[in-house]
Design a protein around this ligand. Structure first.
Ligand code: ADP
Length: 254
């Protein structure tokens, strides 16, 4: 996926004809059915669709957490389909950040130690200036010495987001990152994700079923039955809700 200028491609991740099936014969489930997708660099993309439409599978395949049945996936210029385990692990560590529903913070470490832990493990020195910017953007300045149990759910998830950002990954994948949060903490975290795209140039892909969460994105991709059936730019909660109502249960636009 070359193109773009100055060495950085305009596409942070791409998939071509991605097929993912589970099981075989009569019990075969086609979770992804020849999906073509480009994820723009420096943009916030939301993936929506009914339960079972393939959202998590698509995210896991794009992030190299799961293998595809056929098709190709690139992270920046690197094709990841076909990479051996060791190379793939390395690529995930160096180029991809993750945010899950569970915050996965270590309880014995304070917020700052949690943020720098992946880099400490990889033996990499955090870029001080960048780390300061990340911490400033997350608004955790006065909470860095606190342990996770001294922080609210929203603050803990912001630590998890800062941890993903600290290593300056090419792309961050979030699977329902606000799924465990009340709406106020959820909007705190979403506002921060938005700012990290706008102010830090981060690329984010987020799976969500929540129209309000999706409205923080630049673009929404709609999945149904393992296919991308629609997309929307500059979404608002109302437009996202409206669009969802236009899908019948088979996911086709009615
Ligand atoms: P979503 O995230 O949109 O809810 P998923 O990606 O989890 O959808 O699942 C897509 C389809 O693939 C569903 O039919 C689901 O039952 C099936 N599926 C997902 N993971 C597995 C698995 N490990 N084994 C068998 N079927 C699976």
């Amino acid at each position: 996926m070359t193109g773009g200028s100055g060495g950085q491609t305009a596409v942070a991740a791409a998939g071509r004809q991605i097929v993912k099936s589970y099981g075989s014969g009569e019990t075969e489930v086609l979770a992804l059915d020849k999906v073509d997708v480009d994820i723009a660099r420096g943009a916030f993309t939301a993936i929506m669709g009914p339960s079972g439409s393939g959202k998590s599978t698509l995210m896991h395949c794009l992030a190299g957490l799961d293998t595809v049945t056929s098709g190709q996936i690139w992270i920046s210029d690197q094709e990841i389909t076909g990479l051996k385990d060791k190379k793939l692990t390395q690529l995930r560590r160096d180029h991809i950040g993750f945010i899950f529903q569970a915050f996965n913070l270590l309880p014995t470490l304070n917020a700052l130690e949690n943020i720098t832990l992946p880099m400490d493990i990889a033996g990499r020195k955090p870029d001080r200036e960048w780390l300061d910017r990340v911490v400033q953007t997350v608004g955790l300045g006065d909470r860095l010495k606190h342990r996770p149990n001294q922080l609210s759910g929203g603050q803990q998830q912001r630590v998890a987001v800062a941890r993903a950002l600290a290593a300056r990954p090419d792309i961050i994948f979030g699977d329902e990152p606000t799924g465990n949060l009340d709406s106020r903490s959820g909007s705190e975290v979403l506002g921060f994700l938005r700012r990290s795209v706008q102010e830090l140039g981060q690329t984010i892909v987020m799976v969500t079923h929540d129209p309000v969460a999706a409205s923080y994105a630049d673009r929404v991709l709609y999945l149904a039955d393992g296919r991308i059936v629609d997309e929307m730019y500059q979404p608002t909660p109302e437009r996202v809700l409206d669009r969802m109502k236009n899908f019948d249960t088979s996911g086709r636009v009615s």
